[in-house]
Write a protein of this length. Structure first.
Length: 225
């Protein structure tokens, strides 16, 4: 009897352990992510308007017309929400296969200056402004901002300059890595420090006054834009 009771108790204990292991997998796993894009977009809007310090999870929930519990279940902290929101900004960038090919470096760069592009760039820079005080404190956030705001534009500039080298328009000795950062860096400075808009005239002045001379081209060589 003792042996039978001991075996039965052991089996009961194993059943309890199995239930403990499997129960969490069956409960609370099916989360609705369909509203994530709206919530992330709302987070960026609030961030651009208020800055990171004043931003709250409740503000984001209100802007997205989502329940507070929905937001808190999905993101455990404001920092986590902001990092993901900034990272998602990358997804709207233009594919290289769709970039303009005008035959000249100047023409390609000016062809990228469109109203939609300017609006998107302005929004991104407002987001960066909202995060400026946090960038030095949070490496993950700084990396996300660089990947979403600076690097996409720099990668387009690199692509255009490499193509200009391939067609013999500019020298292969050009410091592409440094020059690719000129326009996004100056745009950031203009927005964050000077509090001025990044408009078409400003970008053309950078192309004609800085980039083209740096690669050995005259201001008006190529397409007139």
């Amino acid at each position: 009897m003792d042996s039978h009771n001991t075996k039965e108790a052991a089996m009961t204990q194993l059943d309890t352990v199995d239930e403990t292991r499997t129960a969490p997998a069956k409960l609370g796993r099916k989360r609705d992510h369909t509203r994530d894009p709206e919530i992330l977009a709302a987070a960026l809007d609030v961030l651009a308007e208020t800055g990171y310090e004043r931003m709250t999870m409740d503000m984001v929930a209100s802007r997205a017309k989502a329940g507070k519990a929905t937001v808190y279940r999905r993101w455990s902290s404001k920092a986590e929400l902001v990092i993901e929101a900034v990272a998602c900004m990358k997804k709207i960038d233009v594919d290289q296969g769709a970039l303009p090919d005008t035959g000249t470096l100047r023409g390609d760069m000016i062809a990228m200056i469109k109203p939609h592009s300017l609006e998107d760039a302005e929004r991104k820079l407002r987001v960066m402004a909202g995060l400026i005080s946090m960038l030095a404190q949070d490496p993950d956030l700084a990396e996300a901002v660089n990947a979403a705001i600076v690097e996409p534009r720099a990668s387009v500039n690199r692509f255009f300059m490499r193509r200009a080298i391939e067609r013999g328009e500019i020298s292969a000795d050009c410091d592409i890595e440094t020059l690719a950062l000129v326009t996004p860096s100056m745009a950031s400075y203009r927005t964050l420090i000077l509090h001025k808009p990044v408009d078409r005239e400003f970008l053309i002045s950078l192309i004609d006054g800085v980039l083209l001379p740096a690669v050995g081209l005259g201001a008006h060589q190529g397409s007139a834009g």
